[in-house]
Design a protein around this ligand. Structure first.
Ligand code: G3P
Ligand code: CA
Length: 240
């Protein structure tokens, strides 16, 4: 079972910051996950929430702020004073960290609340420019965005994010079409996951921070987990 560092290494470093991604890059793990939004001046930035309120000393929506304005805020202190001074990173800055590693990169398009017109195309342009097309999987809770992305770039892997228990997950994924399903722990424990995997679905599960859950998922046979504690999880699973 493969391990992806969730939002960099969100349990040990301020999520979705350069510090968190440097930590993920240092680790001998399969992959890394990150979240993308679009600024007021159409820059791709890496942050989880639509607003900066929770993870910075500023307030407001990413979509209402320019990159220059966003750069004036501190995205590290909320996590710990030793992380003071972390900036919001652009997608390009984060991808640069992984240019010389082997990490598989899961880019989540956060267009499920605000549609961020054109964001998928911008992400596609950047990953092609950086030569990363074969090392990424694009995911989203916005299945329309995934359908559009796959239509434009059939050669790039895409995944559907869902917390729902679907009746026929495999057929639904093929219908979009998507190459993988990224599902929650409760959904992974349901019959739909076994059925989908028997049909050949790739299943990755979020967010798995407890070793007992990881072990149960390993027994079920899921392909990968996303965890906020990649180093600890890797050690725990290697002893099991
Ligand atoms: O991609 C897995 C996971 O990151 C999806 O949920 O809310 O942590 O972005 P969230
Ligand atoms: Ca995410």
């Amino acid at each position: 079972m493969k391990i992806y560092a969730h939002r960099g290494s969100a349990g040990t470093h301020p999520e979705n910051t350069i510090a968190a991604f440097n930590e993920a890059a240092r680790l001998d793990i399969y992959g890394v996950e990150l979240d993308v939004h679009l600024t007021k001046d159409d820059e791709l930035v890496v942050i989880h929430d639509e607003s900066i309120d929770r993870t910075s000393n500023g307030v407001g929506y990413v979509k209402d702020l320019t990159l220059k304005q966003l750069r004036t805020f501190d995205f590290g202190s909320w996590f710990g004073e030793e992380h003071a001074g972390e900036s919001i990173p652009t997608l390009e800055e984060v991808l640069n960290i992984f240019q010389n590693t082997t990490h598989h990169i899961n880019i989540e398009l956060k267009s499920d609340i605000f549609p961020y017109e054109g964001m998928g195309e911008m992400v596609l342009h950047l990953i092609e420019k950086m030569g990363l097309s074969e090392r990424v999987v694009i995911s989203s809770f916005d299945h329309e965005a995934i359908r559009n992305f796959k239509k434009t770039a059939p050669h790039i892997d895409v995944a559907l994010l869902t917390t729902d228990v679907l009746v026929d997950a495999y057929d639904y994924a093929r219908f979009i079409p998507a190459d993988a399903l990224h599902i929650s722990i409760p959904a992974a424990m349901r019959k739909m996951t076994q059925e989908a995997m028997l049909k050949g679905a790739i299943i990755r599960v979020f967010t798995v921070n407890e070793v007992k859950h990881a072990l149960a998922l390993q027994t079920i046979g899921v392909h990968a987990i996303f965890t906020d504690f990649p180093e600890e999880m890797k050690k725990a699973l290697s002893f099991s």
